[in-house]
Design a protein around this ligand. Sequence first.
Ligand SMILES: *[C@@H]1O[C@H](CO)[C@@H](O)[C@H](O)[C@H]1NC(C)=O
Ligand SMILES: *[C@@H]1O[C@H](CO)[C@@H](O)[C@H](O)[C@H]1NC(C)=O
Ligand SMILES: *[C@@H]1O[C@H](CO)[C@@H](O)[C@H](O)[C@H]1NC(C)=O
Ligand SMILES: *[C@@H]1O[C@H](CO)[C@@H](O)[C@H](O)[C@H]1NC(C)=O
Length: 429
Amino acid sequence: MVRAWSYAAIAALTANVAMGYDAVKCSTGSKCPSSLPCCSQYGECGVGAYCLGGCDPLSSNTLDSCVPAPVCKSDDYKLTSLDGITDKTKYLGDATKSNWVVDGTPLAYQDQVLLTMAPKTVGTVMASSHYVWYGSISATMKTSRGAGVVSAFILLSDVKDEIDYEFVGVDLESAQTNYYFQGITNYNNGGNISVTDTFNNYHTYTIDWTPDQITWSIDGKVGRTKKKSDTWNSTANRYDYPQTPARIQLSIWPGGLASNAAGTISWAGGPIDWSGPDIKSNGYYYATVNEVKVQCYDAPGNVTKSGSTSYIYADSSGMEGAVQITDKGTVLKSLLGTGVNMTADLPTSSASNSEIANIPGLNGGGPGLFGGYQPDGSSGANPTKNANPTAFNQGSSGSKSGAIKPEGERILKGSLFAGLIAVVGTMIL
Ligand SMILES: *[C@@H]1O[C@H](CO)[C@@H](O)[C@H](O)[C@H]1NC(C)=O
Ligand SMILES: *[C@@H]1O[C@H](CO)[C@@H](O)[C@H](O)[C@H]1NC(C)=O
Ligand SMILES: *[C@@H]1O[C@H](CO)[C@@H](O)[C@H](O)[C@H]1NC(C)=O
Ligand SMILES: *[C@@H]1O[C@H](CO)[C@@H](O)[C@H](O)[C@H]1NC(C)=O
């Protein structure tokens, strides 16, 4: 059960130390500094949660800055409550204790989990704690609806290989499928599958991902197949095919946010109406998830294996051959740890007034790349720039997730003391 701890209380306690600072950006061409070694999924440097799921080894200070990733585990996750869902501020990498790590506000409702997006928030992303390196993944869900409101079920690797289902809220009769290799935009990768009213009906969306092909199926019927052999890039002399361990991500996000690129807004069906019917009746837009099934496939036969616990990247190609399976641990001692110092602990005194980014935030641009728009040239999966910080107020009072961000902050600004409080909170719960 995810329990709330009051951000307001922490904000009050840390008012003296949690001062604003500019996020340090990262990309493959501009790696993180050793003081903030980990490049988050959203392209910003930090420690702690920045080094866990989504940490990009190719944009981080060194290949081992990111914490090793928990290996695939076959399971049937019944999403009937918030059990097994951990807020990102409380997750230290132990996939045996958390199935999902959430950023935003999930709610339990009648044996289902709602991923919510209240007015002027950037929505909710729920990511699996275990990675999948080939497998069959099925999500039984209902999408959100409304102009500019996007729901997604994707696989996203730390080097930005991606396999998608995306649903734009103005077209409830179509599942948009896509894939990307290392975050490279390619407008020929998409494909649509017809489906009946995705908001009112549960459908089971399956991604079957093998070293040779991807199939997208809805309710057991194959809608699209992409073979690896059809992804040859003759310029680069390689297959531009998703091939690295990926997390499962289910999300609702504001594609129609005014600060997003014009092409994104138009792809998402236009600007979001923050007083639409779902907002009027519930106070938020929402996608409904009921079950996620994961069946792991074997890792490639030629993989270098020295254990069975975690995936690491052993070279900077970002290709399948760079991945190894090891027995290295996946759990940090505190949110000050990194892949190169996993036992780093919090200071014993709260008198320290240094602060350090340790919990990355959402930015409204969605969890991965997405179809139908021209990104603005920034690298990686973070095409939303200049998001207006004052437009965000993640969550609402009474949130069950503990992920409430103070108004006016785009990134949750961790501080040593906030980290300390987070750990104390975890111990109390
Ligand atoms: C899928 O549907 C969307 C919305 O109708 C459209 O913009 C897009 O071009 C379609 N994609 C493909 C590959 O047909
Ligand atoms: C082929 O690879 C090159 C080098 O990474 C990339 O710039 C290009 O976009 C790729 N081609 C396609 C069609 O994706
Ligand atoms: C396995 O062999 C294939 C074909 O030679 C190669 O492309 C791939 O990188 C190798 N994978 C690993 C994990 O070593
Ligand atoms: C790890 O971090 C701790 C601070 O918690 C520090 O005392 C220790 O020297 C670090 N170890 C290494 C190997 O950097």
